[in-house]
Write a protein that binds this ligand. Sequence first.
Ligand code: HEC
Length: 113
Amino acid sequence: MIMFKNALILQLILATTLFSSSFITDREYGERLFKDPRGIGCNKCHGENGSGKIISEYVSDSGKPVTIFAPSLKFFNWQKLKKGIKKHSYFVPKYFLTKEELISISRFLEDGK
Ligand code: HEC
């Protein structure tokens, strides 16, 4: 009987640790969304941690050097993300991210790493 009880406790401990490890924080969820937002990842243009990146540099037909830069999104809150995605729709693909998803992305962008 004692052995049975111990086995049960062990199982319970195992189950809770396994179960809890399947949870991710809001920031981790935001990082996943940033890299795979149901379309091309924001990181492909804005850099791995969202601190900005040059996407392309070329010389235009009229001989003018052109740089296409995806700016840093560090510390953007969800409203700024939403507005920016819409405003820059010439470059930024159309995503259908919910407010909650944008909040998670902003958690990832605001941790300074
Ligand atoms: C194909 C490249 C590309 C991808 C992918 C992309 N962006 Fe952008 N984004 C840009 C460029 C380029 C600009 C700047 C446009 C300009 O200067 O006119 C920009 C601008 C923005 C801005 C406005 C920045 C400001 O300073 O106001 C926000 C916000 C933004 N992007 C968010 C996102 C998010 C969030 C994602 C992913 C869900 C994403 N972008 C994916 C290229 C991209």
